[in-house]
Design a protein around this ligand. Structure first.
Ligand SMILES: [Zn+2]
Length: 236
């Protein structure tokens, strides 16, 4: 009973956040908003970066990036579910997606990346959203940064998500979207629209604390969900 009430409270909180985010994004749209989920019917693939033995970057307080990526992706799925969007998740647990034949860490990483690409490529008409966290040698940088794959419609989607985050969550974020470096395997091997969201910096003390915080993760998820729900014109 108590758990149910808590869950309902969290859900209501998320819905309010999403409504706020959608409201703030509304003025970005040229046309009046119709229920977004009606228009947004393209399959969405969510990639929580890293996982298992590959923890990715490590935060200032020792939290692996892979855990934060997954926490945000799971919340993103919950928020999107409220709008009837059922995304495909490449991983739902703290695991690597390598073949069982892979032995060394290097082989496992390689196999994991190939399997993620194959999973994305298997979704017809899909769009990939890959969630990661950023780092920098010093603590001076903070704020989300969106990167796009060198595929059709990716840049427009990245710009929409970046400006949505600015409008709804980080008014001081002046970052411009960038093409993903060619060293990032998945983003350079998928053929569908794909963006990678570096949600924030694990090396900035204030932002690191936020990125580990449940309610901030929900805010991020709500803003990204709102951006996806309003991306119909730019990426379809
Ligand atoms: Zn990463």
């Amino acid at each position: 009973m108590k758990k149910g009430v808590l869950l309902a409270g969290a859900l209501l909180g998320t819905m309010i956040l999403l409504a706020l985010a959608l409201g703030r994004l509304n003025h970005l749209m040229e046309t009046a908003m119709e229920p977004a989920a009606v228009r947004q019917t393209r399959p969405l693939v969510l990639d929580a970066g890293h996982g298992g033995e590959d923890g990715g970057a490590v935060s200032l307080t020792g939290t692996p990036e892979s855990q934060i990526n997954l926490a945000i992706v799971l919340k993103l799925r919950d928020v999107l579910g409220l709008y009837g969007v059922d995304p495909i998740l490449l991983r739902e647990e703290d695991i690597s997606l390598h073949d069982s034949s892979a032995e060394t860490l290097r082989e496992k990483k390689r196999s994991d990346l190939k399997n993620r690409v194959a999973a994305v490529e298997g979704v017809e008409g899909g769009t990939l959203l890959s969630i990661h966290q950023n780092t920098y040698p010093s603590g001076k940088y903070h704020g989300a940064h969106v990167f796009y794959a060198p595929t059709e419609h990716s840049r427009e989607l990245a710009e929409h998500v970046q400006s949505s985050i600015k409008a709804a969550l980080q008014q001081d974020n002046e970052r411009a979207v960038k093409q993903i470096p060619d060293t990032v395997y998945i983003m350079n091997h998928v053929t569908c629209p794909a963006i990678l969201i570096e949600c924030g910096f694990l090396t900035n003390p204030e932002e690191e604390a936020l990125l580990r915080d449940d309610s901030y993760q929900r805010q991020l998820a709500a803003v990204i969900a709102a951006a996806w729900l309003t991306a119909g014109e730019t990426a379809s």
